[in-house]
Design a protein around this ligand. Structure first.
Ligand SMILES: C[S@@+](CC[C@H](N)C(=O)[O-])C[C@H]1O[C@@H](n2cnc3c(N)ncnc32)[C@H](O)[C@@H]1O
Length: 308
């Protein structure tokens, strides 16, 4: 299957900028609150097995570009900082550092070299090593496999952090159907969907198929395009399509999440690039109906709490 992510340099695992730190900080704060809440309210009969699942787990570390706040032309004195890089701990490393601990950590990563790096992370994880499972293969298939298990005595937080348009709607539905998994998902409304959904509506058949897979059906065409009829002086009618803006594309995806999950955070965080261009939406959906209101309240607070 073609990779619909952005072309990225691989050596070492390198991507993102300030928005990378932003999403990881929100995730980590949620994980800490989550394990704390589950620890302080153990089920009287049988405590839940708590898992952290990272389905685009990466290598454990990230070499991220430091991101400037304003366009270069406005702050020329900062130009020297343009190529600065910083090593960040990736989502897998951060999840392992969260206390109270999870009972299990499942890292899914397609790329062999990144898995090798995750193996090193596991070797260095001390007593946590035996709780860590590293899986290869495609995230969608692996997640659907995990979701088909019995989730009655399990709870999990799942992080879906793809480069591009890889997360399929069938996977989202399977996650929601467990009613046991809280989901953080990066939806590439700016760098993925917004580019494939061309202004005119003309696009290759392969893009249509990918959009169907990501949104779940062809309804996106009706929801995200309006038809305009124009009549010229001779009475000839031409029909043109016009696409909604990026914000509405994001809203549509979040509303789709709300159709299958117990509850979603209404206002996902917009992650922007160095010049303020929207790249991704960080969305949250709560799986378990009993804990959903509290989970969304917490996620909403984290999504709205800007520390920059
Ligand atoms: C944005 S990076 C993840 C970064 C990670 N969350 C972190 O904080 O370090 C996306 C990762 O997903 C992996 N990947 C891409 N397509 C995949 C797929 N279909 N299944 C599993 N992993 C995939 C890539 O190799 C890459 O390591």
């Amino acid at each position: 299957m073609p990779d619909y992510g952005l072309p990225m340099s691989d050596e070492p695992h390198r991507f993102g900028g300030r928005w990378t730190e932003e999403k990881l900080e929100i995730l980590t704060r949620y994980l800490k609150a989550y394990t704390t809440a589950l620890q302080s309210k153990p089920s009287p009969e049988r405590p839940f097995v708590k898992a952290y699942i990272d389905a685009f787990a990466g290598s454990g570390h990230i070499l991220a570009r430091k991101q400037r706040r304003a366009p270069a032309s406005l702050l020329p004195e900062e130009d020297d900082a343009r190529d600065e890089h910083a090593f960040l701990e990736g989502s897998a490393q951060r999840a392992l550092a969260v206390e109270p601990r999870f009972d299990r950590y499942i890292f899914i990563e397609k790329k062999g070299r990144h898995r090798a790096s995750l193996e090193r992370v596991r070797r260095e994880a001390g007593e946590l090593a035996s709780r860590i499972e590293i899986r290869g293969g495609d995230a969608n298939e692996e997640i659907r496999g995990l979701c088909s298990r019995n989730w009655r005595s399990r709870r999990a937080v799942l992080f879906l952090d793809p480069y591009g348009m890889q997360v399929e709607w069938r996977t989202i539905e399977a996650v929601a159907a467990t009613r046991a998994i809280d989901l953080w998902v990066l939806f590439p409304h700016g760098i993925g969907a917004g580019r494939m959904l061309t202004r005119s509506g003309e696009m290759p058949a392969s893009w249509r198929r990918r959009l169907d897979l990501v949104f779940g059906d062809r309804d996106w065409e009706r929801a995200l395009y309006s038809r305009r009829e124009q009549r010229n002086l001779f009475g000839d009618v031409t029909v043109t399509s016009e696409r909604v803006g990026l914000e509405a594309i994001g809203r549509y995806y979040n509303q789709r999440l709300a159709t299958v999950f117990a509850k979603v955070a209404e206002h996902p965080r917009v992650l922007v690039g160095p010049t303020g261009t929207p790249l991704y939406l960080l969305c949250f959906a709560a799986g378990n109906p009993r804990g959903a209101a509290l989970a969304v309240k917490l996620a909403r607070h984290l999504l709205e709490d800007r520390r920059d």
